[in-house]
Design a protein around this ligand. Structure first.
Ligand code: FPP
Length: 220
């Protein structure tokens, strides 16, 4: 969800107004996701490295996240959205932790979309935690501990990095980079990214089918 700050600064507004507008974009994307065939959507709301931002911006972001959880729960329930927060909770304040638990409990029955919000999240820390917790070191055990493989990553605001986001899960993810600042990201932009995803040939290390055909004919 990159570009909130730049979107606000370009309009002569404080950065937090960009984050506020980013909430509206998140609402549009969450509503459009099921119709695009998306069953699990993870939004990177606050990375463990975002603690390095000025204290004032961190505090505003935390207040906004709490507000989002408190105010979106009703809409999530109505739309069959199951909310889950991934990331560390031990550094979040008590009111935010309470809002997370309340939202997770209230939306637990949602079956249309599994919406994951990454808060104080670092993929490297999640991998380390999984390594400490699993009984055996296998791909399956790590997938169970970390979550399902990611098919598509959309990064807005012109950035072209993974920035410690779902690193294990993204082993074969398709990456779509958009210059659009997150507050301007629309349902049509989401649909466009999904179309781009479907146009890609996903080989998972195999060879393309067209290349395989002559070899097969020769063997016959
Ligand atoms: C990046 O913009 C965005 C974040 C740090 C995440 C915060 C996002 C929101 C509050 C919007 C949606 C939130 C929810 C809970 C769905 P940036 O500050 O890095 O912007 P820049 O790239 O222009 O500097």
């Amino acid at each position: 969800m990159d570009g909130n700050g730049r979107w606000a600064v370009a309009r002569g507004l404080p950065r937090i107004e960009g984050h506020r507008a980013g909430i509206d974009a998140a609402r549009r994307v969450v509503e459009a996701a099921p119709d695009c065939g998306i069953s699990t959507l993870t939004l990177f709301a606050f990375s463990s490295d975002n603690w390095r931002r000025p204290a004032e911006e961190v505090a505003s972001l935390m207040r906004l996240l709490e507000w989002y959880l408190e105010h979106e729960t009703g809409r999530a329930m109505a739309n069959g959205v199951r909310l889950e927060v991934i990331g560390r909770r031990d550094r979040l304040d008590a009111a935010l932790c309470r809002a997370i638990l309340d939202a997770e409990r209230a939306t637990a029955g949602g079956e249309r979309l599994h919406l994951r919000l990454a808060i104080d999240y670092s993929a490297r820390d999640a991998i380390l935690a999984a390594a400490r917790g699993v009984a055996e070191w296998s791909r399956e055990a790590f997938e169970r501990a970390l979550g399902p493989a990611v098919d598509l990553v959309i990064r807005t605001g012109g950035e072209r990095r993974l920035s410690d986001f779902l690193l294990w899960e993204c082993a074969y993810a398709e990456l779509v980079f958009s210059r659009t600042m997150w507050p301007d990201f629309s349902a049509a932009d989401l649909a466009g990214a999904v179309r781009e995803f479907h146009s890609r040939e996903r080989r998972f290390g195999e060879i393309p089918h067209v290349a395989a055909a002559p070899h097969q004919a020769w063997l016959d």
